[in-house]
Design a protein. Structure first.
Length: 297
């Protein structure tokens, strides 16, 4: 009998949501970055084992919305919880629950969904600290399971999957058994390029940048991709392109290597940079960059 579960992965920025989801899938579907707020859209990661299909919904980290893009991100968290059968709340194993976690637990209680607590980054702390964190969370909510983990090192990742079996209900699958994500290949390409941009640059430029895939052709033994990085200012463009184009070349090389690993074929990447002022507060531009508010809720 086939079973399915939709599972929302929620938690503050940077706790390791995307790392955990990728580790559970064994593939890089969601981008991971030491900089917070890198996951903009809800991304589904699909894991099919035997008769069971898990659909994990990686969400943007919870934070105060500072612009319309931020608003969009927060609505996408709430809509993930609404469409889920269960919740994985991830928190840092080294800290007592803060305001963000308290609010998320409130949302969990209101939704009446079963929830697993994953206490991540256990590699960074002592055992005694972990015990204190577990006790502090136990006072707030009755989780169906508490799993200490180190998603980055793959520690206890399989435990999170087996605990997630409580979320499964008898139903037809929504995806094919070998589907990995609901993201179209173009979206994955754009996320990989944005990840390299984040890695290569600091501060506010990456958050003001969007990557649009202009052309994507899957040929016999090569994928050809033409992509444009949109940034908000001429001066940002100068930084992204770099002296004699060196920065852009570096971003392109790293992105191409990852894209080739993901698709398993050679990739030709043609990368451009353009300026579009204030795109983060322009609904039409947001939609054309793929952050369309009509596609959530
Ligand atoms: P998200 O914002 O919640 O999706 O967090 P990410 O998955 O992007 O991870 C944020 C940062 O934490 C990245 O630099 C990860 O490599 C790092 N990280 C994730 N899991 C662990 C872990 O178990 N231990 C340690 N030390 N770092 C981790
Ligand atoms: Mg993330």
């Amino acid at each position: 009998m086939k079973r399915t579960a939709f599972i929302a992965i929620i938690g503050r920025p940077n706790v390791g949501k995307s790392t955990l989801m990728n580790a559970m899938l064994g593939e890089k579907v969601s981008i991971v970055s030491p900089k917070p707020q890198t996951t903009r859209n809800r991304i589904a990661g699909i894991l099919t084992r035997g008769e069971d299909q898990f659909v994990f919904l990686d969400t943007p980290g919870v934070h105060k919305a500072r612009n319309r893009l931020g608003n969009y991100m927060m609505r996408s968290v709430r809509s993930s919880v609404r469409s889920a059968d269960g919740v994985i709340l991830i928190a840092d194993a080294g800290y007592d629950p803060g305001q963000v976690e308290i609010n998320l637990i409130k949302q969990i209680k209101e939704s009446e969904l079963p929830a697993i607590l994953v206490l991540n980054k256990m590699d960074l702390i002592r055992k005694e600290r972990l015990a204190e964190t577990i006790a502090a969370y136990a006072r707030l909510h009755d989780f169906v399971a508490v799993v200490p983990s180190s998603a980055k090192n793959g520690k206890n990742v399989s435990e999170v999957i087996s605990e997630s079996e409580v979320f499964l209900t008898e139903s037809d699958w929504m995806f094919e058994s070998d589907d990995l994500t609901d993201q179209r290949e173009r979206q994955i390409a754009s996320e990989i390029i944005r990840e390299k941009l984040l890695k290569a640059l600091n501060e506010e430029i990456p958050h003001g940048a969007a990557v649009v895939i202009e052309a994507f052709s899957d040929e016999e033994d090569i994928i050809k991709i033409r992509a444009t990085i949109f940034c908000e200012k001429e001066s940002h463009k100068g930084i992204i392109v770099g002296h004699k184009g060196e920065m852009l070349k570096k971003i392109g090389t790293y992105a191409r290597e990852d894209l080739e690993a993901f698709y398993g074929v050679k990739v030709f990447l043609d990368l451009w940079v353009k300026v579009k002022e204030n795109w983060r507060d322009n609904d039409n531009l947001l939609a054309s960059f793929g952050y369309d508010s009509k596609t959530i809720d």
